[in-house]
Design a protein around this ligand. Structure first.
Ligand SMILES: [Fe+2]
Ligand SMILES: [Fe+2]
Length: 195
């Protein structure tokens, strides 16, 4: 996959239209019930921050990978995991808004189109861009990439970070993993240690 072209196409087909649509939809929903407006405001705030993080942090790193810069490889793991988690949060809000579409009045068609594109956009990143970027970063076949395993590893890092560290003498010895995904695990441990 051409990672540079894929990122550029996602920016053009999904990010730019979404950023243009959010203020227009906020205005169009002015007469809608408060809970619908509240859900849309929550989705818009989350999506606005999400798009910014992709555009400023993750996508430049993926495009650098696409240019053959392998030094950035391990830096995409944490951001991809975070974006995947946020896609799940966006999906929950999307489902709530779809359930209230019959109360969106004149904004129904525009809101439906916006939600349809959001679903397509997130699926394109989760199912195509992120696996291919991880495959490049970890030098593994894309078929071996498991996005949920990555998220579980990074979530585990967050959990451990909130726990007080054990006394140095009592710290358990790092187990030697016999599993073939050792490179991914080593990469995740690298994130853990650099946090
Ligand atoms: Fe995106
Ligand atoms: Fe995204």
């Amino acid at each position: 996959m051409d990672l540079i072209a894929e990122v550029d196409d996602i920016l053009e087909r999904h990010h730019r239209p979404a950023k243009a649509a959010m203020p227009a939809l906020t205005a169009a929903l002015a007469g809608a019930p408060p809970e619908l407006r509240r859900d849309f405001a929550a989705l818009a705030a989350l999506l606005d921050a999400h798009l910014h993080k992709e555009e400023v942090i993750l996508f430049p790193a993926i495009q650098a990978l696409g240019r053959g810069d392998t030094d950035v490889g391990h830096h995409v793991l944490g951001p991809i995991a975070q974006m995947h988690v946020e896609h799940g949060q966006l999906h929950e809000l999307e489902a709530r808004l779809r359930a209230g579409l019959d109360r969106a009045g004149d904004a129904t068609l525009a809101l439906t189109a916006f939600l349809d594109d959001l679903a397509l956009h997130a699926a394109r990143e989760d199912e195509t861009l992120f696996p291919h970027a991880l495959a490049r970063a970890l030098d593994r076949p894309v078929a071996e990439i498991d996005l949920d395993e990555l998220v579980a590893g990074v979530t585990g890092r967050a959990d451990r970070a909130s726990d007080p560290p054990p006394p140095r003498a009592a710290r358990p010895t790092e187990p030697r993993s016999p599993r073939p995904a050792g490179r991914l695990r080593r990469a995740l441990r690298w994130i853990t240690s650099s946090r």
